[in-house]
Design a protein around this ligand. Structure first.
Ligand code: GAL
Length: 399
């Protein structure tokens, strides 16, 4: 019986490794995209904060200013979190008499330019949200369909640095021309604006969005639950080979600190997002985050994996039931590895060199990222006991 189980696990591992090997190479897709996208942004995945996951429609300029303050005061800004992104519900219901978007007069009375000045004064960048349809998803503000040039110029004139572009009320027009129109409008706007596509992965954007935007959502909205986060990680994994400097798969924003998962589950969430080269967009209220939340979001070892210059998305390389190994190469011949226990009981997980992409004879130093310890001279495989829903994350440096 035990022999049979081991054999099945071996076959599973072999299949997943073969599947990984026949994916189109990251290099060829990256080269194709680079030729098209010319804004020079997103050389590493974007880092920052977005209002949606915590505040939903309840936003105003005071909150945004205080979040910018907190970003600096908590030390997060120094770690690379730079974008302060306002999501849906920031604008007035109607365009003004010249057809321009305008901030909601009761919640953003000082206007977006004043807010951009404030955020820039803190050394940060301001992001905003619109929709490739007639109205945004919340329906309380206009969308940019048919107004792409005008709105891109408005955003540029306000000092906006980042646009998240949603997909509601799209009149049944396919995503590519709608997102392409805004991409071109932003390139012509006179300001370098990061372009984040949010068409929820409906039209496989990884296959075409590299020339259009700096990141593209690969899934529907994340929820603050273990089930949602894990399902989204799997969906995003499928597109790993399409990510690279200048354009990233986006499995949606972080829920770390919003209260729906345990600390270990949030640590897994952050580790996986970092390894997958996902945007690290904080989604909690950083003005009042707990020490545990801050400790997760501030781990420089894990952030360094996400921001590694090689820009190759790590992916699932081994699966044996609920025990998984995710890995990917880093600069300098190093590898990032996550042992992830998705099961409900503590389990032992073994990552073998051949599934990570190392020669069996290679000897490495293993940096254990969350405890910041080094295990020297490891060869052939890495075996660890991992708690339920927890992970262990490493950087392996060949000697
Ligand atoms: C969704 C989008 C969310 C959020 C929301 C705002 O379509 O995926 O991230 O932006 O709209 O209404």
């Amino acid at each position: 019986m035990a022999g049979k189980v081991t054999f099945c696990a071996f076959v599973l591992v072999l299949l997943s490794t073969l599947a990984a090997a026949i994916r189109p190479s990251a290099r060829s897709s990256t080269v194709a995209r680079r030729a098209a996208l010319e804004n020079g942004l997103g050389r590493t995945p974007q880092m920052g904060w977005n209002s949606w996951n915590h505040f939903h429609r309840n936003i105003n300029e005071e909150i945004i200013r205080q979040i910018a303050d907190a970003m600096v005061d908590t030390g997060l800004a120094k770690l690379g979190y730079e974008y302060i992104n306002i999501d849906d519900y920031w604008a007035a219901y109607d365009r003004d008499s010249q057809g321009n978007l305008a901030g909601n007069a009761s919640t953003f009375p000082s206007g977006v330019t004043a807010l951009a000045d404030y955020v820039h004064g803190k050394g940060l960048k301001l992001g905003i949200y619109s929709d490739a349809g007639t109205r945004t998803c919340g329906k309380l503000m206009p969308g940019s369909l048919g107004y792409e040039d005008q709105d891109a110029k408005t955003f540029a004139s306000w000092g906006i640095d980042y646009l998240k572009y949603d997909n509601c009320n799209n009149q049944g027009i396919s995503p590519q021309p709608r997102y392409d129109a805004m991409s071109k409008a932003l390139l012509n706007s006179g300001r370098n604006i990061f372009f984040s596509l949010c068409e929820w992965g409906v039209d496989d954007p990884a296959t075409w969005a590299g020339g259009v935007g700096n990141s593209w959502r690969t899934t529907g909205d994340i929820k603050d639950t273990w089930a949602s986060m894990t399902a989204i990680a799997d969906k995003n994994d499928k597109w790993a080979s399409y990510a690279g400097p200048g354009g990233w798969n986006d499995p949606d924003m972080l829920e770390v600190g919003n209260g729906g998962m345990t600390t270990e589950e949030y640590r897994s969430h952050f580790s996986l997002w970092a390894l997958m080269k996902a945007p690290l967009l904080i989604g909690c209220d950083i003005r009042s985050m707990s020490n545990e939340t801050k400790e997760i979001l501030s781990n420089q070892n894990v952030i360094a994996v996400n921001q590694d210059g090689l820009g190759v998305q790590g992916h699932k390389v081994q699966q044996d039931g609920d025990q998984e190994v995710w890995a990917g190469p880093l600069t300098g011949g190093r590898f990032a590895v996550v042992l992830w226990n998705r099961g409900s009981a503590q389990a032992s997980i073994t990552a073998s060199w051949w599934s990570i992409g190392l020669n069996a004879s290679t000897v490495v130093d293993a940096h254990v990222l969350w405890t910041d310890e080094i295990t020297s001279a490891v060869q052939g495989e890495l075996e660890e006991t991992v708690d339920s829903h927890a992970c262990k994350m490493y950087v392996l440096t060949p000697k």
